[in-house]
Design a protein around this ligand. Structure first.
Ligand SMILES: [Zn+2]
Length: 540
């Protein structure tokens, strides 16, 4: 036994036990003395010597839940303790104290859902829509915005605008290729010069530095359609340098130009040569002529993944899509003639498969199909469409997918959930019901009723899979240290209520929803809290 050279005390672990004991006694005495005079100071001094109590108070304690952690694993019974905006403990927390106790009453407790393809940014910037009830009611706590190559080029400005007024859900930004191209080249249909491509690279770099999670493109839409694959690879490479993703509304979801299979192949090439994670946005085979091609698309994705290319997809669970009448019937700035419209109407399943969602010039058309409008007016469907286009156009709901393709794509382990939905006033038009129901519908119709995927897989597709693909640190999972974005609901009751003719109906079933540790839905009722914020890629 070695002895302390100062006090000759025993020194069994390389520290002087006598001196350590004296120091402890001294501190204990000091605490007692200080307690009399400086109660607050004594508490902080004591904290250095007294181990943290395992039952220390939580801000929120969710008890009696079945925790499905987002990994794809089945649920386990556990309590979830939250401090500030983080999950502080997961497990048996019986007897723990908390300012707010939530009784999950045997419901599922899952991570809040992440919508990887959302058009909600414009709505979220409006004071009356910031809370985003249609989004929160689905259990969605984070939306990824600026999809399809759109959104502003100035992301710092967008972030300030969104953050300043508070938000219901969190928001992650993308930098849009189409917006970047327009900022540098206007509506030019040619290739960029060397100088222009440098400027575009600079704008993508600035967007990534301002916190974007990646680059989005909409190669079906102008001006994205004017870009060749090499241009997009150049810009995707910049996003890749920052660990960002490349998401794409592909060049052709049907057979307008190069076809949907070649368009998926283009995403794969951009991901491979750009050194970036590629995402096929809202993957589908559009139009009866293309039904069945989902298999050809997934075969290509799987071949690419097998050789090490990072490719994923997202999908919303409906047989109808939504876009503008112009983009559907006269895409890419084609001259609108009866012949062009006839061909593209046929491609989309005919005039009975195209329903008007918004038409400013005549609100009475909203909810009616082109076939019905043509019948009322005694004109051809092509003529009715041209008349609507001449009066400023319209947005449409377009019934063009096969349930077999939807199920095939959904069952893939690399398919994330998304809505592709916007956020509008509940009195505005007849928008696609996905705005209100996409996540609830995947859980109720596709998981619970049809069994296309099991519940664990469906939850994973909206939580840990998107957070991993987009590099969101500590979101989309329930574990200690993760962000406290949480949904509590009964898997037997969650459901969408929005329909194509009656779309402005919130989803049902969310008992509690928390965003950054703050309760935004409390026992089925909205609170007034706006705890969402714009996430930064670097910080998640
Ligand atoms: Zn799109």
């Amino acid at each position: 036994m070695r002895l302390c050279f100062r006090c000759s005390g025993e020194q069994p672990f390389g520290i002087c036990t006598r001196r350590a004991r004296r120091a402890f006694a001294y501190n204990a005495a000091m605490q007692r003395i200080l307690a009399g005079f400086f109660a607050a100071a004594a508490v902080s001094a004591a904290a250095a010597f007294v181990p943290a109590q395992p039952s220390a108070a939580f801000d929120v304690l969710i008890q009696n839940g079945r925790v499905m952690d987002g990994s794809g694993n089945p649920w386990l019974r556990a309590d979830v303790g939250i401090r500030g905006d983080r999950i502080a403990a997961v497990g048996r927390l019986t007897g723990a104290k908390a300012r707010t106790v939530v009784d999950a009453a045997d419901r599922l407790v899952t991570p809040g859902f992440i919508d990887v393809h959302s058009h909600a940014a414009e709505g979220l910037a409006r004071a009356e829509l910031r809370q985003a009830r249609p989004i929160l009611a689905q259990g969605v706590t984070t939306v990824v915005v600026n999809p399809d190559g759109g959104g502003p080029v100035d992301l710092a400005g967008q972030r300030a605008q969104l953050d300043n007024g508070g938000l219901g859900p969190n928001v992650a930004l993308l930098i849009g290729h189409g917006s970047v191209r327009r900022a540098v080249m206007g509506a030019a249909t040619r290739d960029p010069s060397g100088d222009e491509i440098e400027k575009m690279r600079g704008l993508v770099r600035r967007g990534m530095q301002e916190g974007a999670f990646g680059l989005s493109s909409g190669l079906f839409y102008t001006p994205g359609s004017f870009a060749d694959t090499e241009e997009v690879i150049e810009l995707a490479r910049v996003a890749g340098e920052y660990g960002g993703v490349y998401t794409s509304h592909v060049r052709d979801e049907a057979d307008y130009t190069i076809g949907v299979v070649a368009s998926v192949q283009e995403v794969i090439r951009i991901a491979e040569e750009g050194g970036v994670v590629g995402v096929v946005s809202h993957m589908k085979a559009l139009g009866p002529d293309n039904w069945g091609l989902a298999t050809a698309m997934t075969v290509r994705i799987e071949a690419a993944r097998a050789r090490g290319v990072q490719v994923f997809a997202d999908q919303y669970p409906y047989e109808a899509s939504s876009t503008s009448l112009g983009a559907a019937l006269v895409p890419g700035g084609v001259v609108p003639t009866i012949d062009v419209v006839r061909g593209n109407l046929r491609r989309r399943g005919g005039p009975a498969a195209v329903q008007i969602a918004f038409h400013k010039a005549d609100r009475t058309l909203e909810g009616k199909t082109l076939a019905a409008i043509a019948g009322e007016r005694g004109v051809s469907a092509e003529q009715a469409a041209l008349d609507i286009l001449a009066k400023g156009g319209a947005s449409i709901v377009s019934f063009n997918m096969s349930e077999q393709d939807i199920a095939h794509i959904m069952a893939k382990p690399y398919t994330m959930a998304s809505s592709d939905g916007g956020l509008v006033l509940m009195t505005e038009g007849k928008p696609h019901p996905r705005n209100y129901g996409a996540f609830a519908r995947k859980l109720s119709v596709y998981a619970r009723e049809r069994g296309v995927v099991d519940f664990e897989t469906a939850i994973r597709s909206m939580t840990s899979l998107p957070s991993a693909v987009f590099g969101m640190k500590d979101r989309g999972v329930i574990r200690e240290g993760a962000a406290a974005d949480i949904a509590v609901f009964d898997p037997a009751f969650v459901r969408d209520r929005a329909t194509y003719l009656d779309p402005h109906r919130l989803a049902e079933g969310m008992a509690y929803v928390l965003v950054n540790g703050i309760v935004v839905i409390d026992n089925g009722a909205f609170t007034s809290a706006l705890p969402g914020r714009v996430l930064l890629k670097s910080k998640g």
